[in-house]
Write a protein that binds this ligand. Structure first.
Ligand code: CA
Length: 246
């Protein structure tokens, strides 16, 4: 199985700065998107700390993706995210002006034929398989809790004024709860990791259409997704990673 991947981040049309970060290490089979929050540039500190912690945990000197087992990858990803959380918490204690900073994280490790995906917060992983898009992660957000309780529809949640409230983030408490899932990869699959600046501007149907059109060329898919989100208003930073399996 061969993976082709590309990642791109865009400030959008309304924000002054970009607090998103991403990491793309095809040689290690490591991909992640982090969406930072917190004023005075602290958001980008938090997302930067998160991707740095991941990069250090999944380092070429101690990680051979071709030989990696899925359970080993899951364990390592989990440990790396706990470490990222600790670094952000420590940084808040050391710097008064970073109080309240945090970040979401969605990360994927390709271990052999398995995609190991972990997330905290409302950054998402999707998969396009045989032309249809599937949301693999469930947002840790207030609006998604309402959706799960049947109190809001997905459509209303997408535009809801409280859609930015996340119920889990790195940096908000010492113990972080991480959701980890494993998915068998098949040739033709396309995996998408994104920050909410994409999926609050576009519906899943629109993402499916754009991704489906450009699935074979991840770079073109990233550009088209970002363009589409900006055409809709680009209200937030937009970050996408597209991974095509062949
Ligand atoms: Ca965001």
């Amino acid at each position: 199985m061969r993976l082709a991947a590309y990642g791109q981040s865009d400030v959008g049309r309304r924000r002054d700065g970009n607090e998103d970060e991403f990491i793309l290490e095809p040689d290690l089979g490591l991909y992640a998107v982090a969406d930072g929050m917190g004023g005075h540039a602290a958001g980008e500190v938090a997302s930067g700390l998160a991707v740095d912690a991941l990069a250090e945990a999944i380092h070429p000197s101690n990680w051979r993706p071709s030989e990696a087992r899925a359970d080993e990858a899951a364990e390592r990803l989990h440990a790396a995210i706990r470490d990222a959380n600790q670094r952000i918490c420590d940084s808040i204690v050391e710097h008064d002006d970073r109080r309240g900073m945090g970040t979401t994280l969605v990360a994927m490790i390709a271990a052999g034929d398995t995609a190991v995906i972990a997330h905290v917060g409302d950054s998402r992983a999707y998969r396009l398989r045989a032309g249809s898009l599937e949301r693999l992660t469930s947002d840790h957000s207030w609006v998604n809790e309402q959706v799960k309780l049947g109190l809001l529809s997905d459509e209303v949640a997408q535009r809801h004024p409280m859609r930015n409230i996340v119920t889990r983030a790195l940096g908000s408490r010492q113990e972080v709860q991480v959701d980890v899932l494993t998915e068998g990869m098949r040739p033709g699959d396309v995996y998408l990791l994104c920050s909410d600046g994409l999926n609050t501007m576009l519906t899943d149907e629109e993402i499916e259409r754009v991704l489906g059109t450009h699935a074979a060329v991840p770079k073109r898919a990233c550009g088209a997704l970002i363009d589409a989100a900006n055409e809709r208003g680009g209200e937030d930073n937009i970050t996408v990673i597209v991974i095509s399996v062949s």
